[in-house]
Design a protein around this ligand. Sequence first.
Ligand code: ATP
Length: 196
Amino acid sequence: MKIVGLTGGMGSGKTTVCNLFLEKGVPVYNSDLRAKWLMNHSDALKHEIQLLLGSDAYTVSGELNRGFVSNKIFQDNALLTQINNFVHPAVFNDFELWKNQQKTPFVLKESAILFESGGNLFCNYVIAVVGDLETRIKRVMERDKLSREEILSRMQHQWKDPQRIEKSNFVIYNQGHISELKEQVDKVYQEILAKT
Ligand code: ATP
């Protein structure tokens, strides 16, 4: 079974593209969602995060205090690196377990920070979803009700499109209508199937 990484900056349309692959029967592992799930459910990970950030990292009912954690780690690169050093191996192991249960010629591993985390090294191919920066900011502002400044500050920690394009096997341009996205997904899907 081949592992196909799918990456792109905030608001580029990764999840939208993954949903189009899902419609074709391709299993999708969403690394960012699983990371959040593990941070709420893995006792080992919760313990490490609390040691690093203090007990305020979790609410009294044991849920990750996302506002507190985001504020801390996006203002301090060293803390961000340390958190990533805990979370990335946990996600890696979780993905391996999930992948072993799939039975298709290839699976998709979606991650906003696939290259940044080194996850691309474990993929057979990588698809980058790219798009104009202003369109991406507008989409995220509408979707998450975040300010432009908050979005730009999070994007600072991510690679830029030219870097992703250079290192990817396939590029999907999400600039226009969803129908154009669908055409590109069909093409990439066929090309990957031909390689499996
Ligand atoms: P993030 O990394 O921030 O989670 P993402 O890369 O997964 O984002 P999506 O959630 O797929 O991006 O898309 C961002 C928003 O833009 C969503 O609300 C989505 O519905 C919308 N969107 C994506 N592509 C298009 C498009 N071609 N036309 C209109 N809206 C779009």
